[in-house]
Design a protein around this ligand. Structure first.
Ligand code: ZN
Ligand code: FE
Length: 256
């Protein structure tokens, strides 16, 4: 099975899986890069998985459905290009002989979902949209900090070797903030050097892994003593775990 991030717009990735005959894509905000990839690999689109309603994740869905007849899956409670199969927590989307389990991860949007498959090429795989980014997380447009913290906790419970497929290449800018939060984190410094090298030649920093994210992502580390101390330097009134997480997210919003 081939896993390919198709670049779209300025920093989106439309993830594609194909087996040489059939393909699925996740969050096609633009149909064109998908149609080109289908032609290049000589594969037929079987399924489209959508994580949330933002146009940079959905605007190519109708054209792709029309061109290919692919089945469309998406969240239960968001405005979506109809028709589609709506999926709630624990339900599955199946394509290419793979079964993707839906995890509801509200926060970035109210009905955001992620798709988890227990084994793709021997390791688990997660399509997490705009919920988890490498070294960061999505902005809270519709959900509360408590919801986003619970959503990230659910993702962080997945196995170490889970391949993390995020919908944007935000890694370098996220790492600048992460290093301000945890200047003494050696794993973070190592990863920043590796990510700089990849981006210098326009290579994706993704997929990441859950083991790496638990070591370097401040939004998965908001209960670590060093992170709490740093956050309280930004907002001395932050105390309980939701308050610390909310202040961390607010600090990132203001960080330049
Ligand atoms: Zn979004
Ligand atoms: Fe997005």
């Amino acid at each position: 099975m081939k896993l390919i991030p198709l670049p779209a717009f300025t920093d989106n990735y439309i993830w594609m899986l194909h087996d040489g005959h059939h393909a699925l894509v996740v969050d096609p905000g633009d149909a064109q890069p998908v149609l080109e990839a289908l032609a290049r690999f000589g594969v037929q689109l079987q399924a489209i998985l959508v994580t949330h309603h933002h146009p940079d994740h959905t605007a190519g869905v109708a054209a792709l459905r029309q061109a290919t007849g692919a089945a469309v899956y998406g969240p239960q409670r968001e405005a979506m290009p109809e028709p589609l199969t709506r999926l709630a927590q624990g339900q599955q989307a199946s394509s290419l002989g793979l079964h993707f389990q839906v995890i509801e991860v509200p926060g970035h949007t109210a009905g955001h979902i992620a798709y988890y498959c227990a084994a793709v090429n021997g390791a688990p795989l997660l399509f997490c949209g705009d919920t988890l980014f490498s070294a960061g997380c999505g902005r809270l447009f519709e959900g509360t900090p408590a919801q986003m913290l619970a959503s990230l906790d659910a993702l962080a419970a997945l196995p170490d070797e889970t391949q993390i497929c995020c919908a944007h290449e935000y890694t370098l800018s996220n790492l600048r903030f992460a290093r301000a939060v945890e200047p003494a984190n050696a794993a973070l410094a190592d990863y920043a050097a590796a990510a700089e090298r990849l981006r210098a030649t326009q290579q994706p920093t993704l997929p990441s892994s859950m083991l790496l994210e638990r070591r370097i992502n401040p939004f998965l580390r908001s209960r670590e003593p060093d992170v709490i101390r740093s956050v309280q330097g930004f907002d001395a009134s932050a105390h309980d775990e939701v308050g610390i997480f909310a202040a961390l997210r607010e600090w990132k919003n203001q960080f330049r």
